[in-house]
Design a protein around this ligand. Structure first.
Ligand code: ZN
Length: 377
């Protein structure tokens, strides 16, 4: 079991500054200037490209110099060492990470290695990593190697919603899957008394932000998807980007995760799911968690309905695992139930057996509700 302790202090952590809006990239220089004057900008091809004009203009205005460091593709130790070498060679005093999960995670690790400030500029709203003080580290072959935590959160997170509006809809929807689980996982942690990522008890602030995250998605999710499809920034898109990036990030880090995230880790043992995103796996993991928790029918139906409406998976088939054999599902359940996994944070003991039964039941419910949905259309 994770450590559940009486009388632990309440701990809440967050980035120092969060900036979000259409065209915000043109203000990056102004927000960066107090932190450093010579930036190493780490990003993939797309992450560098969509931020280039905003960086060039706003850095020139504020006298910030920059060196672009194209990201090699894996947030691995060797890539982090290589980028740290570039940082030292160019004598940079701040790191900027532009892009999706892995480029951002590498930028945080490079900044921590050199003990420098870091600014994160997400160019997709696909996950809850940007605001957090942790990175997922992979091997050079892309296999999961572990989670690294840092002594501080990013000094700046800046999201340009005009860039997000032009990013793939599937990425936004994936971020909604990751964000949707935030409240239900936080709620499990609150009920079990589990400690959060910083080893503290859960503050009222973190619990309130996690609940707001869920409510914001229910209210604005489908409209935000439509906005992203049309490449336009609307109030609904702004709200959902905030839910995916800020609320979900603060919620998971200062409240905690549970079975939905344990399953998203465990699903990586199934090669047929490799083409699916973190948020898509978390979304189905959430349906399994709610099934296992015996959530009230109304709440369960609401979550299934939302997933269906925005295009998140509600069945194993929609995660590429339609004909998954019993052995591979058993392996998933066993991994998710391992001691030390976030499934420990549920307020009751879980076993591989109870998780497997919940996976099968959640999938059956998804297929049933899909049939009803198809009958109607
Ligand atoms: Zn997540």
């Amino acid at each position: 079991m994770n450590i559940h302790m009486e009388n632990r202090p309440y701990i809440f952590i967050s980035p120092s500054k969060y900036v979000q809006g259409a065209g915000a990239i043109f203000e990056l220089g102004a927000h960066l200037r107090p932190l450093g004057v010579n930036a190493l900008v780490i990003g993939g091809k797309n992450g560098l490209e969509v931020t280039r004009e905003g960086r060039a203009r706003s850095f020139a205005e504020r006298g910030v110099r920059q060196t672009e460091a194209p990201f090699g593709g894996e947030s691995s130790d060797s890539e982090i060492d290589r980028l740290t070498g570039l940082l030292r060679a160019a004598a940079c005093d701040i790191v900027v990470g532009c892009g999706g999960g892995k480029a951002i995670d590498s930028a945080k690790a490079v900044a921590a290695a050199a003990d420098l400030p870091v600014a994160i500029v997400p160019t997709v709203a696909s996950n809850d990593s940007p605001c957090s003080a942790l990175s997922v580290i992979y091997g050079d072959d892309g296999s999961f190697a572990g989670i690294r935590t840092f002594k501080r959160n990013p000094d700046l997170v800046l999201v340009d919603t005009a860039i997000i509006a032009r990013s793939p809809v599937r990425q936004l929807v994936s971020g909604m899957g990751d964000a949707l689980a935030t409240w239900y996982e936080a709620d499990a942690c609150l009920r079990s008394g589990a400690l959060n990522v910083s080893g503290g008890a859960v503050t009222l602030a973190a619990a309130a932000l996690a609940a707001l995250c869920r409510d914001t998605l229910f209210k604005n999710g489908p409209d935000a998807v439509a906005a992203c499809r049309g490449n336009i920034v609307t109030p609904a898109l702004e709200r959902v980007v905030e839910a995916n990036t800020l609320l979900s990030g603060l919620g998971f880090e200062s409240a905690g995760v549970a079975l939905a995230h344990a399953l998203s880790e465990a699903f990586s043992s199934m090669p047929c799911m490799h083409g699916y995103t973190h948020g898509e796996k978390v979304a189905f993991g959430l349906l399994v968690q709610l099934t296992l928790e015996n959530a009230p029918d109304g709440e369960l139906g609401r979550v299934y309905g939302f997933c269906r409406e925005v295009g998140l998976p509600t069945t194993l088939g929609e995660l590429g695992a339609a004909g998954a054999d019993a052995d591979s599902l058993w392996t998933v359940a066993e991994i998710a139930a391992e001691p030390g996994r976030p499934s420990d944070n549920l307020p009751f003991p879980v076993t591989a057996d109870s998780i497997l039964r919940a996976i099968i039941e959640a999938d059956a419910t998804g297929r049933k509700s899909g049939d009803v949905h198809n009958d109607r259309s």
